[in-house]
Design a protein around this ligand. Sequence first.
Ligand code: RFL
Ligand code: PHB
Length: 392
Amino acid sequence: MRTTVGIIGGGPAGLLLARLLHRTGIDCVVLESRTREYVEQRQRAGMLEQGTVDALREAGAADRLAAEGLIHQGIELRFDRERHHVDFPSLTGGRTVTIYAQTEIVKDLVTLQLAEGPPLLFEAEALAVEKAESAAPVVRFRHEGREQALTCDWMVGCDGSHGIARDAFPASSSRTYAHDYPYSWLGILAEVPPSGDELIYARGERGFALHSMRSPSVSRLYLQVPNGTDPDDWTDDRIWGELAARFAIDADWTLHRGPITAKSVTPMRSYVHEPMRHGRLLLAGDAAHIVPPTGAKGLNLAVSDVRVLARAFAQLHRTGSEQLLDTYSELCLARVWQATRFSYDMTSMLHVRPDGDAFDDRLQRARLRRITESRHAAAELAANYAGLPLSL
Ligand code: RFL
Ligand code: PHB
């Protein structure tokens, strides 16, 4: 098999890249190790920056998003039994964010791709990338019980945090930066209308909690839990009780409870692989970097990588110039580090460290208080959360 751009991974990064390339007239093939059902059901992100919505629109994949996405004007911060609205439009010159589940983005992109191309192979597991330094890199993969090879002009690893594309980077010219956080998130989906119109980030002595949503009838909620937590230790009653305690405020407010349909624990990690290009192999999305979900940046970063990459391939296709491909890694990493910083700051401001003391407690509350009292501090949070501009 031969193609211009070989894409490993059919998550949001790989699928969106394929779609953007297809619309530019560049051929590509996507290899995805899992089944269609699996990738369409994998519960993950929900908060989209405006730039992410724009990228999906450019890809012609935003019809359902436009009809069903929930536009949010800000977020709520809860601490010291008080609630505070952070208003994005007034703090950012009119920007908003959109709630639309990653599962739905993946479904929309898969449907389009299977109908219009380019080829998308499910249950095609990439085993190794070879000859990345040459003009014809190769990916070996297993599909329908046979080992096969795909030769390309360029290869893109969109294979997530456990992918294999990174392995083809020589250790001597690459470096990773990682940080593990001393807590995890227990996430649930519940068949119950959200308990308010906004995302609520709550910090209290019992730990962090997040109220999010998937639709007017489905809530998505998270609780900070210790690393190593077994989700089966958390009965539905225990989860609702703990959520109610962490969201409690002095004003009148009720947490809506309902049947829990999914429950899982996710550890929290920051990770950056530098550089994001080696020869003709490029990395995009979680394959190159992960952030803890507190800043809601992971999917948005994956999409901004892909936007830059699609433009770089379009430039090559149109003019023969590799200038944007040459600056791809540097350009993306600048944004990645800003998102890494923001996600770290949000995470450490809102979670209770297992080894934390009264000093940490006071400091976290002072940081939160500053956001509610200073327009500058609130504007800094809003600008980062709603998404920094993509400079090309
Ligand atoms: P993905 O989605 O992991 O997709 C990678 C794909 O590659 C496939 N794959 C392979 N295919 C072939 N051969 C191999 N050898 C392969 N190895 C792997 C995998 O099966 C998979 O289909 O990476 P991608 O596309 O870079 O997308 C990144 C996002 O999924 C991720 O950053 C976000 O979900 C992170 N995230 C959030 N991001 C946001 O922007 N906003 C949020 O609100 C948000 N909330 C979250 C999140 C992540 C969470 N978890 C579970 C980590 C909330 C949570 C709880
Ligand atoms: C989600 O809806 O899953 C979500 C929203 C915001 C976050 C993390 C997750 O910061």
